[in-house]
Design a protein around this ligand. Structure first.
Ligand code: SAM
Length: 255
């Protein structure tokens, strides 16, 4: 391939460390008769070893300049923005999707939320992300990393951090550490939520201003007596609440 100058605006940090690449492929454990979707294949560091498994592979890549080289491989290419991509488009068989990728860090949070819309069609997701984002995804209540991302993702998926990757595994080296994380969407959510839209609104409002109490942050949704009647202390901060307690608040119905 003629040399490609990495584009910062597309979050291009290409993997070159073969041990790291091998460890990621082992974590994914691709098999034939599986439908794998790689987000941001770039110059193909993960794409080529994925293909060795004979899996069915689709790739979504925004940078037009990287497409020509990918055309030589046995895969379907979608030259599109993954944030606007309709994953239903890929569901040409009954096989659930296994989504993987060394993600562009600048879009990781909106991308995770976009993918949750398709969770019924997804078997699992294995991603390289900024370590700090992975720490927020898996954070437990009462820790400084715990927030909206932790609550929303832990409601939808079982999440496991697999290992960290240092900046020198990439060209160019990013300024931050990275981690590999695996997400498995739940078929049954760990808590029951009556109205999902309201749950999203409530969690977002609860964390709107981290230093403020629930009483303040939830002012437009619930008053003190409602919060107490739901069994929650109105003086508490959102970062201390478990997923179960968020469900209690979201399911509380005013009488
Ligand atoms: N997989 C390659 C690797 O590991 O070396 C490249 C990873 S690089 C961190 C991220 C890739 O995502 C780049 O190829 C970039 O062009 C692509 N990308 C960035 N934004 C994208 C978007 N919105 N939709 C699809 N691909 C995107």
């Amino acid at each position: 391939m003629k040399s490609h100058i990495p584009r910062k605006r597309f979050g291009q940090n290409f993997l070159h460390d073969t041990q790291v690449i091998q460890a990621i492929i082992s974590a994914i454990a691709p098999k034939s008769k599986q439908h794998i979707v790689e987000i941001g294949p770039g110059t193909g560091a993960l794409t080529r070893p994925l293909l060795e498994s004979n899996c069915q592979l689709d790739v979504i890549e925004l940078d037009r300049d990287l497409i020509e080289n990918l055309k030589k491989l046995q895969l379907r290419i979608f030259n599109k923005d993954v944030l606007k991509f309709d994953f239903k488009e890929l569901m040409t068989t009954d096989l659930p999707l296994r989504i993987v990728g060394n993600l562009p860090y600048n879009i990781s949070t909106p991308l995770l939320f976009h993918l949750l819309k398709y969770q019924d069609d997804i078997m699992d997701m294995t991603f390289m992300l900024q370590k700090e984002v992975v720490d927020r995804m898996i954070a437990a209540p009462a820790s400084s990393e715990y927030g909206r991302l932790s609550v929303m993702l832990q409601y939808h998926c079982q999440i496991e951090k697999l290992f960290d990757v240092s900046p020198d595994a990439f060209t160019p080296a990013p300024k931050v550490d990275s981690s590999i994380v695996q997400l498995i969407p739940y078929s049954e959510p760990p808590v029951m939520i009556n109205d999902h839209k309201y749950f999203v609104r409530l969690v977002t409002s609860a964390f709107a201003q981290r230093r403020k109490t629930l009483r303040n942050n939830l002012k437009n949704l619930l008053d003190i007596t409602d919060i107490e009647a739901a069994g929650i202390n109105p003086q508490a901060r959102a970062e201390t609440l478990t997923l179960q307690q968020f469900a209690q608040l979201a399911n509380y119905e005013k009488t």
